[in-house]
Ligand binder design. Structure first.
Ligand code: ADP
Ligand code: ADP
Ligand code: MG
Length: 472
């Protein structure tokens, strides 16, 4: 087993990895930028090193990170998600330096980092994919020809895309030109690769993804699925396990397919196979994410399997210690992404100092976060502050408990998505399990609500609470 792991990430996922390491008695090394010098994950790691020059650059500088790892004697690097987690060159560099990259091989990353190649692989082993172009679309004529043949709407995607970026839904010949031009520009800027492909746009699908664990001996299990249909601009904001629309039979079938795809890609470590399920219940592979995902917590809660520890064990060469039949799904879990964004203002990022913080508690509540009073939320990163994962025995209980926990959540100083999440938990369609990826677009009322309590109301409320306690 490893003695020391460098965590090449920040924020909540760095904290998550440090927690896993502590339980395994592995020392941790954090890296951070100046703006994060007082961040919790920096304090909780055994050692921490400043990387630069800028707030983001240090996390993307493979050479610098590997050098830090070497200097401090780390024998493995956990990349988390985002940043270098899917970067094949980084995995290569780790390999060359004799440091274990906690993730798949560079070869698998290269294959899966390209959606066109991943689709091709899926097709060759008979996995249904969304009807789409076989390769990157080079010209407008090619794009028009494909789009007319399957019929609009279509969706233009970046081959190297991720994180909901660079996707464009197109409804007519006229709009395709602009979508392809701006799509290529955005893809080049964001992913360093301008290649685009086109898929038929599936109307009102569910996003259903399977969590996999695969060891280096080629043994693969799935940990069931997550429903991530509640999305804003193709980005997940609430994730649920298990999906309310899968029968045990469909679960077994899709899980088996996900496993065969991982095997075909010679994949090991933790990964996710994403599918869309249409209104008729037909499923289509869309992509594989060869890394830990933000929403892994809901799967951990309903399976009691620690996915991050599993990643570390697998990277260290240990075979999986449980079989498929030992994976049991218990109850339901819902994760809310508490983002520092203002839902009443187009979800504009909100930064600044946290002036009050008290996380919810009680039965079934899990918090993965980095927030504390006086922490300053830096403006340079993803807006994710804290994840609240709530579990219950039934769907109804889980929704009610999530609502209660959001109500309890005290987080002031920056705007957050908490009030927006509360609206969703109270909304009848959501409560009844009637939602697909069009949910937020078809429920505009979720964006209208009363203002949150102001700071003054808060002081009054807190004083009243303290007074009540002191009176006991
Ligand atoms: P998904 O890729 O399915 O949205 P996550 O929500 O777990 O999965 O993604 C984690 C985060 O990592 C995203 O919110 C985004 O900020 C970042 N991310 C993922 N893929 C990429 C990518 N290819 N390029 C840049 N950032 C990415
Ligand atoms: P990313 O790599 O950015 O996560 P995905 O290919 O996983 O991109 O797609 C992200 C989301 O965009 C999906 O969860 C779904 O909501 C929507 N989407 C992607 N492809 C299609 C499609 N062919 N039809 C309808 N919606 C799609
Ligand atoms: Mg995706």
């Amino acid at each position: 087993m490893f003695n020391k792991i460098l965590v090449a990430n920040r924020g909540e996922i760095a904290m998550r990895i440090i927690r896993a390491c502590r339980e395994l008695n592995i020392a941790t090394v954090a890296i951070y930028a100046e703006c994060d010098a007082t961040a919790i994950y920096v304090k909780k790691a055994n050692e921490a090193y400043l990387v630069g020059p800028g707030p983001v650059e240090g996390f993307l500088d493979a050479r610098q990170i590997v050098n830090v790892a070497r200097r401090v004697g780390a024998d493995a690097i956990h990349p988390g998600y985002g940043f270098l987690s899917e970067n094949a060159e980084f995995a290569h560099l780790c390999r060359e330096t004799g440091i274990t990259f906690i993730g798949p091989t560079p070869e698998a990353l290269e294959l899966l980092g390209n959606k066109v190649q991943a689709r091709k692989l899926a097709k060759t082993i008979g996995v249904p994919v969304v009807p789409g172009t076989d390769g990157p679309v080079q010209t407008l004529e090619e794009g028009l020809k494909f789009s007319r043949s399957v019929g609009y709407p279509v969706i233009v995607k970046a081959s190297a895309g991720g994180g909901g970026r660079g996707l464009r839904v197109v409804h007519s010949d006229e709009d395709l030109h602009e979508a392809m031009e701006s799509g290529a520009r955005e893809a080049l800027a964001a992913f360093g690769n301008a290649d685009l492909f086109i898929e038929k746009y599936i109307e009102r699908p569910h996003h259903v993804e399977f969590q996999l664990l695969a060891d280096k001996d080629g043994y693969v299990v799935h940990l069931g699925e997550r429903d991530c249909s509640i999305q804003r601009r193709h980005q997940k904001i609430i994730e649920i396990a298990p999906s309310l629309i899968l029968t045990p039979r469909l679960r077994a079938q899709m899980g088996e397919i996900a496993i065969s795809l991982a095997r075909a890609a010679k994949f090991h470590n933790a990964g996710t196979i994403e599918f869309l399920v249409d209104q008729e219940g037909q499923y289509y592979f869309i992509e594989m994410n060869p890394r830990i995902q933000v929403e892994h917590t809901v799967t951990e809660q309903i399976t009691t399997i620690d996915i991050v520890q599993s990643q570390i064990w697998i990277a260290a060469g240990r075979p999986l210690v449980f079989g498929q039949h030992e994976v049991n799904l218990q109850g339901y879990a819902i994760q809310c992404r508490i983002n520092a964004e203002d839902p009443q203002n187009g979800f504009r990022p909100s930064t600044g100092k946290i002036t009050a913080y008290l996380s919810p508690g009680g039965i079934g509540v899990r918090i993965d976060g980095v927030v504390y009073k006086d922490y300053t939320v830096p403006p340079y990163y993803d807006a994710l502050l804290t994840k609240m994962t709530v579990q219950g025995r039934t769907w109804d209980e889980t929704v009610r408990r999530t609502h209660r926990s959001l109500e309890e959540f005290l987080l002031r100083g920056v705007k957050t998505t908490i009030p927006f999440m509360m609206k969703i938990m109270a909304e009848p369609d959501f409560r009844a399990g009637r939602f697909d990826t069009s949910y937020l677009d078809t429920h505009p009322e979720l964006y209208e609500y009363e203002h949150e309590l102001g700071a003054e109301d808060l002081v009054v409320a807190l004083s009243a609470t303290i007074a009540a306690y002191e009176g006991l």
